[in-house]
Design a binder for this molecule. Structure first.
Ligand SMILES: *[C@@H]1O[C@H](CO)[C@@H](O)[C@H](O)[C@H]1NC(C)=O
Ligand SMILES: *[C@@H]1O[C@H](CO)[C@@H](O)[C@H](O)[C@H]1NC(C)=O
Ligand SMILES: *[C@@H]1O[C@H](CO)[C@@H](O)[C@H](O)[C@H]1NC(C)=O
Ligand SMILES: [Zn+2]
Length: 222
């Protein structure tokens, strides 16, 4: 008798669980789906509002002595992002592949690979503007003479303060900012950090900063 009762109860309990889980599992699944969709939609709205890009580019490159051992390349066509030269190439490619505008604001410009990348952009019709420190006019290794010769406008300011920025903006869409001079020596013999980002709010601040300098600086070579 007792044995029968307990098996009946067992069955009842099992039935109950099977029945309720048959309802709750799809319910949980559906609500997950709906809530998940809602959250991802809200997140996208929020990102758009805050101008936090669903990023095309968001990279922090650490160059220099720290990663020297990883680099066994001698040319400037490396695509290994673990390698110093690969990282430099990544930046150079961004510069060369600019399509509309290229705003360069860099303390000192003497690296050939970098000067050439800027010229390449200019020659294919990109509107290039260069801001550099006034010391560039006193150093024959600076690329600014070549830039001026080629018709790229360069602006500087006579001042006791250094124009110490090292950033550039590609197509008003990508900002590259860091400690690097874009002298090869600067790139590989120091510890350097370079941030590459297409986050609109960040890019906008750099473009505004560039424009401010551009308006207040002058061409001291004409
Ligand atoms: C410029 O346009 C080309 C071709 O559409 C594209 O591959 C490249 O990524 C663009 N450059 C940048 C910096 O977005
Ligand atoms: C640009 O990079 C340099 C070097 O890392 C850093 O000191 C500076 O704060 C950065 N500027 C901005 C506005 O992020
Ligand atoms: C940038 O270049 C100048 C001139 O070559 C040099 O004096 C300075 O140390 C360099 N700075 C960095 C961070 O490489
Ligand atoms: Zn390499």
């Amino acid at each position: 008798m007792e044995g029968n009762m307990s098996t009946i109860w067992k069955r009842k309990i099992i039935k109950y669980f099977v029945f309720t889980s048959a309802l709750t599992i799809p319910f949980i699944y559906l609500s997950h789906l709906i809530v998940g969709k809602y959250i991802s939609k809200k997140r996208k709205e929020l990102e758009a509002e805050l101008e936090v890009d669903v990023l095309k580019i968001n990279r922090c490159l650490s160059l220099g002595v720290e990663s020297k051992s990883k680099c066994d390349c001698v040319d400037v066509f490396c695509s290994n992002m673990q390698c110093n030269i690969g990282k430099l190439c990544y930046i150079l490619r961004l510069v060369e592949n600019s399509n509309k505008t290229l705003d360069v604001c860099i303390y000192f410009l003497s690296a050939n690979v970098f000067g050439e990348a800027i010229l390449k952009a200019h020659r294919k019709g990109v509107r290039v503007r260069v801001i550099a420190d006034i010391s560039n006019t006193r150093n024959r290794n600076s690329w600014i003479f070549k830039f001026l010769e080629e018709g790229i406008p360069v602006r500087q300011k006579v001042s006791d303060n250094l124009m110490h920025h090292k950033f550039l903006i590609v197509d008003n869409e990508i900002v590259v900012n860091g400690s690097m001079n874009f002298t090869l020596c600067g790139a590989f013999s120091n510890w350097e950090m370079v941030l590459v980002s297409s986050q609109p709010s960040l890019v906008k601040q750099f473009s505004n900063g560039f424009q401010k300098l551009w308006d207040s600086f002058d061409n001291h070579l004409h």
